[in-house]
Ligand binder design. Structure first.
Ligand code: ATP
Length: 719
């Protein structure tokens, strides 16, 4: 592969050949029933790339992931009442290398919660008890130790499939890995996921038609298998796909599993063909185990429990039919409305309710050999202490992550029409409107107020329009959150790259519209005055962008974010010194500190000075002496002329840094502090609720006892 890397085509062919050999190998293993499970060796491609290149050469022995969980219980705190709900109750099971385990169950049965509990991604209000062991040791899977493919395909719509995977490779593979090898790994992954035909097609967004839903799913999986993780979690990888795409995706997952990986996927309603591809089945209902064992033996289990799968019925449909208590409600509704008659059949499910069937199946499982086998296997897995697999996440340096993210973000911004290009057009249009309204404003008496109003509109409303970028920021944040949770890169490279990639566009927008405005309105002549004006506009727009990014990191809902952003800017505008003169703004709160926090205030103060200082204005009457700009600044606009306008500009630039720092801090807070606080509040509420209940019980019990004693006395007195 190293030799083939010399030219692109040869490299791709080499990658294709390597993967083909790998898949052939996997196919061969799959052919021998259970052979892969017994011998979960890595294929040559994965072995070399994962072990040597992912910096794991020091690991000795088996690098496969054996996951076991015992008595896993998850309780969630509901709302502010302190009520709790047991979402998972005492689950025990295991997943082994070389196998694919399907988590199945009706909607709300706890599949995603089990997946999250195993992957260490539970919500802050969810409390876990029991043990999760990875290779016999307590698992620590947060931030990238295991790959997790979420239900939504949060991808960058403007990039092609190949670019998406290539950027991801550069973000995570070690810097010293030769470029050709990285590219070979990318091409190999494309082949492995069957994405060759759409490799150069864009993912697609609101204005770009892109790849299909099934292909998007496969791209999401490709991104996570790039680093050859030993453990792969997938939340509903086949949801929303047609049967052919679902079969393809599951077949690919089976191939990955046969390559020595441990694959666990929650699945909704698999077709019979898809179901046959699973090695193990974990069937849940109401958070309890209905069945855990080989998928191929599930039919036998159901038959033994008294619920045989009727001929011509898809086994997975039958299992789900037996454990979905919603069928009781549906039947009751249909019977009530006389819309249907239920004929007598041999199907036991027609004779008893589904809730009863569920109860019997759960009880049968708990006394079955399947349960005993699972317990024994978990005990055995807990005894064998294997390799510590916590080497997930990025192997790339900080500089490489920052560079790659900047490049990727810049490509996205330049290709997405809605990100900056649309804004550039709107800015130019609005600037032409301003330019024509204040055209050649001059130095007449009326132009004093016109200049003030023009500056106020530019630094108030024009900068406000930057809020339009918020939906794009929210999309960026979604991609960041997915990648961050999987440990693809750090927070700082993201913040820096976001700042750097936006810079050329903001310079273009503000300099183009600023120049147009300056020339049309004929603001104070002179290059330094022009430079100050456009720099001030650039700084103000960048501050708004930074503010909106900080909001997007906390509030990822674009409607709410826009409302909050607009509210904050409205307040800042109000204290900028135009709508109410600085000395007249009420001192407590509005002047100190609000007007000083408002970037509009600094921008206006600077621009007023930049525009008026040094000019002479006509008086009301032409015979009266001209009015110097300095006098107007001090007496009309209440500006401190002794403060340099450059100081105002430097405050604005400092604000950019402060808001970017705020953006970084907010991400860190929402990552580390918010879950902790939410968890703490949820725990306190649950504790308070329990305490209240205990107190109530203590108050009630004596009266009850008293009632019993009184009744006994009465009976004795009156036999
Ligand atoms: N953090 C949480 N807070 C409150 N309730 C939760 C939380 N997590 C899960 N639940 C509840 O637990 C139950 C199981 O949810 P889960 O998402 O695991 O089910 P599921 O089987 O994956 O469902 P679906 O197939 O519809 O995605 C649901 O009733 C859900 O509302």
């Amino acid at each position: 592969m190293r030799k083939a890397g010399a030219n692109g085509a040869g490299m791709r062919e080499a990658a294709v050949a390597a993967v083909a050999a790998e898949l052939e190998d996997a196919g061969g293993k799959a052919a021998g029933a259970g052979a892969a499970a017994a011998a979960p060796a890595l294929s040559p491609l994965s072995e070399t790339l994962w072990r040597d290149r992912a910096g794991l050469a020091l690991l000795d022995g088996d690098v496969s992931a054996r996951l076991a969980w015992r008595d896993l219980t998850v309780t969630v705190a509901l709302g502010s009442s302190g009520d709790t709900q047991a979402v998972l109750q005492g689950l025990t099971g295991h997943a082994e290398p070389g196998t694919i385990t399907a988590l199945m169950g009706p909607s709300g049965s706890g599949k995603s919660t089990l997946l999250d509990a195993l992957a260490g991604r539970l919500a802050a209000n969810a409390f876990l008890s029991g043990t999760v062991l990875l290779n016999g040791r307590k698992a620590n899977l947060s931030f990238g130790a295991a790959a997790y493919v979420t239900q939504d395909d949060t991808l960058i719509g403007t990039l092609t499939v190949r670019e998406t995977i290539s950027y991801s490779a550069r973000l995570r593979l070690p810097d010293n890995m030769p470029r050709e090898e990285k590219q070979a790994l990318v091409e190999g992954t494309i082949v492995e996921m069957g994405l060759q035909d759409c490799a150069d097609t864009v993912i697609g967004n609101w204005h770009l038609r892109g790849i299909s839903g099934g292909e998007k799913r496969r791209v999401s999986i490709a991104l996570e298998i790039l680093m050859r993780p030993r453990l792969l979690f997938l939340d509903e990888p086949t949801s929303g796909l047609d049967s052919a795409s679902a079969f393809f995706v599951t077949q690919t997952l089976r191939g990955l599993a046969r390559d020595g990986r441990t694959v666990i996927a929650s699945v909704h309603q698999p077709s019979s063909e898809v179901f046959e591809l699973f090695d193990s089945l974990y069937l849940l209902s109401g958070g309890k185990t209905v069945y855990f064992g080989k998928a191929s033996e599930a039919c036998e289990f159901f038959a033994q429990a008294g619920f045989p799968c009727p001929p011509l019925r898809n086994p997975s449909d039958h299992f789900l039919r037996c454990v979905n208590s919603d069928f009781d409600k549906v039947k009751a509704t249909l019977k009530g409305s006389m819309k249907t008659k239920f004929e007598r059949t041999d199907d036991p499910l027609e004779r008893i309710t589904t809730s009863e069937a569920m109860r019997r199946l759960i009880s049968y499982y708990q006394h079955s050999q399947y349960y005993i086998n699972a317990q024994q296997k978990v005990d055995e897995m807990a005894r064998v202490k294997g390799t510590v697999l916590n080497a997930g996440g990025s192997q790339a340096s900080f500089a490489m992550q920052t560079y790659t993210l900047t490049k990727r973000s810049f490509s996205n911004m330049s290709r997405d029409f809605g990100y900056y290009w649309l804004r550039l057009i709107i800015y130019i249009v609005v600037t032409i409107c301003i330019g024509t309204i204040y055209l050649n404003v001059g130095t007449g008496y009326s132009s004093i107020l016109a200049r003030g109003a023009c500056a106020s509109f530019i630094f108030g409303f024009v900068t406000f329009m930057s809020i339009g970028g918020f939906p794009s920021f929210v999309e960026d944040m979604k991609v960041f959150q997915r990648e961050r949770l999987n440990g693809h890169y750090g927070v700082l490279p993201f913040v820096i790259s976001n700042t750097l990639s936006a810079m050329p566009f903001l310079i273009l927008i503000t300099f183009a519209s600023g120049t147009l405005c300056y020339l049309m309105v004929r603001l104070h002549p002179g290059f330094m005055h022009y430079l100050f004006f456009v720099l001030c506009l650039y700084a103000s727009v960048t501050v708004v962008e930074s503010l909106m990014m900080a909001i997007a990191s906390m509030i990822p809902n674009f409607l709410m974010g826009i409302i909050i952003g607009a509210g904050i800017q409205g307040i800042f505008m109000l204290v900028s010194g135009f709508f109410r003169l600085p000395h007249d703004i009420p001192k407590p709160f509005w002047r100190y500190p609000m007007s000083y926090i408002s970037f509009h205030y600094w921008a206006l103060q600077g621009q007023y000075q930049n525009d008026l200082k040094g000019l002479m204005f006509n008086n009301q009457d032409d015979e009266l002496p001209k009015i110097p700009g300095d006098y107007i600044l001090e007496n009309v606009f209440q500006i401190n002329v002794n403060r340099s306008k450059w100081l105002d500009l430097s405050v604005l630039f400092s604000m950019i840094i402060i808001y970017r720092l705020l953006f970084f801090i907010m991400i860190k807070i929402s990552e580390d502090v918010t879950p902790w606080v939410r968890g703490y509040i949820a725990r306190r509420r649950v504790q308070n609720r329990r305490q209240r209940r205990a107190e109530l019980a203590a108050v009630r019990s004596p009266s009850l006892r008293g009632y019993v004693v009184d009744a006994a006395i009465l009976t004795a007195d009156h036999p």
